[in-house]
Design a protein around this ligand. Sequence first.
Ligand SMILES: *[C@@H]1O[C@H](CO)[C@@H](O)[C@H](O)[C@H]1NC(C)=O
Ligand SMILES: *[C@@H]1O[C@H](CO)[C@@H](O)[C@H](O)[C@H]1NC(C)=O
Ligand SMILES: *[C@@H]1O[C@H](CO)[C@@H](O)[C@H](O)[C@H]1NC(C)=O
Ligand SMILES: *[C@@H]1O[C@H](CO)[C@@H](O)[C@H](O)[C@H]1NC(C)=O
Length: 256
Amino acid sequence: MCVLLHLLLVLSIIQCSEAGNKSQEVLHQCRDEEKLSISLCAPIIEVINQYPKLYTDRIHDPMYYQNLEKLCQEAKGCVSDLNCSEADALRNDIDKVCSYSLFFYAENQKCLQKFHQKAYVANKTEDSSCYAKFPSFQNEMDKKYKTFMEGEECFMNHIEENCNDTSRKFFVKSYNYLVEYMTNKPEIRTCDPYHMFLEQECMGIFAELIDVATSGLSPLELVYNWFMNDRIVSAKMNVLVCSQTFHYESRKSATL
Ligand SMILES: *[C@@H]1O[C@H](CO)[C@@H](O)[C@H](O)[C@H]1NC(C)=O
Ligand SMILES: *[C@@H]1O[C@H](CO)[C@@H](O)[C@H](O)[C@H]1NC(C)=O
Ligand SMILES: *[C@@H]1O[C@H](CO)[C@@H](O)[C@H](O)[C@H]1NC(C)=O
Ligand SMILES: *[C@@H]1O[C@H](CO)[C@@H](O)[C@H](O)[C@H]1NC(C)=O
């Protein structure tokens, strides 16, 4: 009986995975004329990719987001009537690149930084909220990935309570891509998405430092706090670690 069940299970798994592959099998390798159509989409994807650098000074403007979304629609339209495998891969790439560039919209950045700030405080103070399960500066990427995958609900609750409509929609749609960026640590430090997202963690801790420092009433208290308050002292330490972790040089060269 057990063996039979086992066999049934195995069979159904095989069927499942075959079914899963079938839809991909439909896609043939792109023919030359299809490849040509794909190559015509490349410039617009490159513009999307460069968008944050091109418009660094406009990230506070809702138009930044709207224009970029329009470009993303255009890019998708560009490959929409191609059914071959490279075009399918490109559709995924477009979503990923769009997630990256759209993220730079200031509201989105604020939203994520706030999350890191709360996570940082919660983990430090060992409070019982789900934020505490997201330790800052997790260096092991598989652990970090697991944390974000298992903590998706916590993250989405944060988004729901702390972010604007646009950001809410954005994070729901882009979460998986963002986590991919956050946990894809490159061998060498360059001005890459991984370190850009790491900077978001640093900014979260920095915000905590500012918040605690400015909540002091008198200047005297503030000075006292700066050196004596545990939360400030430890946040200061971590901002220091942060600034060493994050590669400012590469960032400078990227903005040139
Ligand atoms: C599905 O297809 C991919 C290649 O398209 C192949 O690598 C993989 O082994 C297949 N999976 C199964 C379960 O047949
Ligand atoms: C792409 O494939 C789907 C079904 O897999 C089909 O409905 C659609 O018409 C195809 N599009 C083109 C442009 O061939
Ligand atoms: C804080 O993060 C560490 C991992 O660095 C984890 O072991 C610990 O359980 C976290 N604290 C809380 C309260 O969840
Ligand atoms: C978006 O949310 C921020 C708080 O995160 C708030 O300060 C801002 O006014 C909101 N903007 C809009 C257009 O609602």
